[in-house]
Design a protein around this ligand. Structure first.
Ligand code: FES
Length: 144
């Protein structure tokens, strides 16, 4: 085997080890949302925008497009961990098509349950995501 082949095998082995470790620690839903996130980005000229930097140092942003009190489009952006990507993806899916009031009622526990659970050390990522949504809606009410 030549040197390039050895390197490729090493990278493949490492990748599969990382994937096995993820599957041990995270639910299938978290892994799926994190690997194929929905609604990643920031809506230009959004109707509502909020941003919070969590105690971990990572930032979550949520932007919404609203029509008649309903959320017709929701996007998130984060520079945080994989769990925060899964949280943003799932939360923006959950709130699309819902009223602002319904969106405000979603708790971090509900988000965690919908994701099939999150390791204890990443529960704060669900709290950061839900708090950012609440901040986004608060900002909307301020300019309304
Ligand atoms: Fe910072 Fe998850 S958002 S560790």
């Amino acid at each position: 085997m030549n040197g390039d082949g050895d390197f490729e095998k090493m990278v493949k082995d490492l990748q599969s080890k990382i994937e096995q470790d993820e599957e041990k620690d995270y639910s299938k839903t978290v892994i799926n949302e994190y690997r194929n996130p929905n609604n990643f980005g920031v809506i230009e000229n959004s109707d509502a925008f909020g941003e919070i930097k969590g105690p971990c140092g990572d930032t979550m942003k949520i932007s919404l497009r609203l029509e008649g009190g309903k959320i017709i489009n929701a996007c998130f952006w984060t520079d945080g961990c994989g769990a925060s990507i899964a949280c943003g993806s799932m939360l923006t899916k959950l709130i699309t098509g819902k009223t602002i009031e319904t969106a405000l009622d979603i708790t971090s526990e509900q988000l965690t349950d919908t994701l099939g659970g999150i390791p204890k050390e990443h529960l704060h990522c669900t709290v950061l995501t839900v708090n950012t949504l609440q901040e986004t809606i608060k900002n909307y009410h301020k300019v309304e």
